[in-house]
Design a protein around this ligand. Structure first.
Ligand code: DON
Length: 554
């Protein structure tokens, strides 16, 4: 009888699929982005013989046309590269603070925080995207530069039909505040409707100059001069000298291990990689996974790891070229052991016992991640952003692209929350040429030296937790990659001391968590992961159904 029950249970376990969402599968190449034209632009480059890095560059330019809220020329980001020969590198093309930036530049005469780090001509760091894409193409690509910019030029010049979400995004007051932005992103003072063809002639011209002379134009030529002139006319912060001085920084990826997998991820000035490695380290010794995916036990242990990491992050992390970031200390096995031991198996630890702060959400969030892989084993995992949706809302006159508000990622005033509610410290304070601390976490997981999973997400501080959750969904809960991406997410950032959960968590689970001391808040959706799983010769592309993500392969 006992035996029979066991075998029936086993049978059931095998017969019932865990969850049935399917990734897009292909053998030779895969592109996963949040927008279909950009995905197709990348695929086209792969089909004409380009490698994953070539395709990623084409996607980066295409998204600057088709995903205006986050895709960009006027922002910055990180590209994590893994080459077929096993080398990995991290291209940091994030914005840097302009020469005129200063510690208290966003405080008024009375010492109160202004909104200047969020909107307008003083909110931008020096944009890095064009330099970053050029660096990637030059060092790791194989195709002529102009070919990689061409799909974007065509999308800008000929236009493309706006999707529901794209047209919706262009509505609302924010983009109307600046006349040049209104001119570019509305048609004769009227909002675009879904299905309308959106043409961007100024952007097409800018892109054509970039196709011809790349960063020479953007940082030293006509584009740089037009941008600097417009900044000057509006009391902005970025000068021609700032543009001319912009430099990409190639960094060593941060690496670590989890249950025999190698994790290759983002080093400072991203806080994300340290977070992923610290949190995986804390989880590994707990047996947390025995609760099963989605259980209160799993949410509890993961939340406690998140809470502890964010306390460290906000206190200690900043641009490693300016401050000493205690990466070693934060990842020291002894320290991780201590963190793990401080978790009560049942109860939430109040954040007041970890560290203090406040949260107020102030802006809509937009960033974008895409992942590209080819059959040779090259991978580009890239996150780039204007920071808030549509960045500073400023479009430089005649250039057709939005500028970032990345300066808000700095600590504008210690003790006061930024746009993401992060209460940060002096390590991330403002100084000329400094890079603001980021949460962007492009990551690649290897098994026995071979690609296993590549992913990343937008979402400000939630990025780090979304990436963590998808990694453990695949490794610890055996989900296929699409299930892992679809699975309901949650977020805790130490302060505010609330646990934000997506709708997929059942009332029963939430009740257990509340009983154990959590303040649970329901949120609409968290992040937008773009992942590729490498599975027995198949490339499995998993876009995020939360938005308009798409995957296409060959
Ligand atoms: O670098 C950062 O951490 C932020 N600027 C990212 C912003 C973001 O992800 C907005 N997303 N949805």
């Amino acid at each position: 009888m006992g035996m029979r029950r066991i075998s029936i249970l086993l049978l059931l376990a095998y017969a019932i699929p865990t969850w049935a969402a399917q990734p897009v599968r292909a053998r030779h190449g895969m592109v996963v982005t949040r927008e279909t034209h950009a995905t197709q632009a990348g695929l086209k480059i792969l089909e004409s013989g380009g490698n994953a890095i070539d395709a990623a560059v084409a996607v980066g330019f295409a998204l600057a046309v088709t995903h205006s809220s986050a895709g960009n020329l006027g922002g910055g980001g990180f590209m994590l590269v893994r080459l077929a020969d096993g080398r990995t590198t991290f291209i940091d093309f994030r914005e840097r603070a302009p020469e005129s930036a200063s510690h208290d530049m966003y405080l008024d005469a009375g010492g109160k925080l202004t909104r200047d780090s969020l909107t307008g001509y003083r909110a931008s760091g020096i944009p890095g995207t064009v330099a970053g894409l050029e660096f990637a193409a030059k060092h790791f690509g194989t195709r002529p530069w102009a070919e990689l910019v061409q799909p974007a030029i065509e999308l800008a010049a000929k236009g493309f039909p706006l999707s529901y979400a794209q047209a919706n995004g262009l509505r609302g007051g924010a983009l109307s505040a600046f006349p040049e932005t209104k001119r570019v992103f509305q048609r004769d003072g009227k909002f675009y409707e879904p299905g309308d063809v959106f043409m961007q002639p100024d952007l097409a011209k800018t892109l054509s100059r970039i196709a011809q002379s790349g960063s020479q134009d953007f940082y030293h030529g006509e584009t740089a001069r037009m941008l600097a002139d417009d900044m000057k006319a509006h009391d902005g912060t970025i000068t021609l000298a700032d543009m001319e001085g912009y430099k990409v920084i190639e960094r060593k990826p941060l690496t670590g291990k989890y249950r025999g997998y190698d994790i290759v991820t983002a080093p400072p000035p991203s806080s994300g990689g340290v977070g992923i490695l610290q949190m995986l380290g804390v989880l590994e010794g707990t047996g947390y996974e025995k609760g099963g995916a989605g259980s209160a036990q799993v949410v509890h242990y993961m939340t406690e790891a998140m809470r502890r990491f964010f306390a460290d992050r906000n206190q200690w992390m900043g641009d490693p070229d300016f401050v000493k970031v205690p990466v070693k200390g934060m990842l020291d096995p002894e320290y991780i052991k201590k963190l793990r031991a401080s978790i009560d198996p049942e109860r939430a630890t109040p954040s007041s016992e970890v560290k203090a702060g406040v949260f107020t959400g102030r802006e809509s969030f937009e960033t974008t991640h895409f992942t590209v892989a080819d059959e040779a084993g090259n991978i580009a995992s890239m996150t780039y952003t204007l920071n808030g949706g549509y960045g500073s809302h400023v479009t430089a006159a005649g250039l057709g692209f939005l500028l970032n508000n990345e300066m808000d990622d700095f600590t504008a005033k210690p003790g006061e929350p930024n746009g993401y509610g992060l209460v940060q410290g002096e390590a991330n304070s403002i100084a000329p040429h400094k890079t603001p601390l980021s949460a962007m976490t492009p990551t690649i997981v290897l098994k026995d030296g071979k690609p296993f999973l590549a992913l990343g997400s937008p979402g400000g501080p939630t990025i780090i937790n979304s990436v963590l959750e998808v990694i453990v969904n695949v490794i610890d809960f055996n989900m296929n990659v699409q299930d892992a991406v679809n699975w309901p997410r949650f977020h805790h950032q130490n302060l505010p001391d609330d646990l934000r959960v997506e709708a997929g968590y059942s009332p029963d689970t939430v009740a257990i968590l509340e009983k154990n001391g959590y303040t649970v808040r329901r949120v609409g959706s968290q992040g937008e992961v773009a992942a590729i799983r490498f599975n027995n010769g198949w490339l499995e592309g998993a876009p995020d159904p939360r938005t308009e993500g798409t995957a296409a392969g060959r």
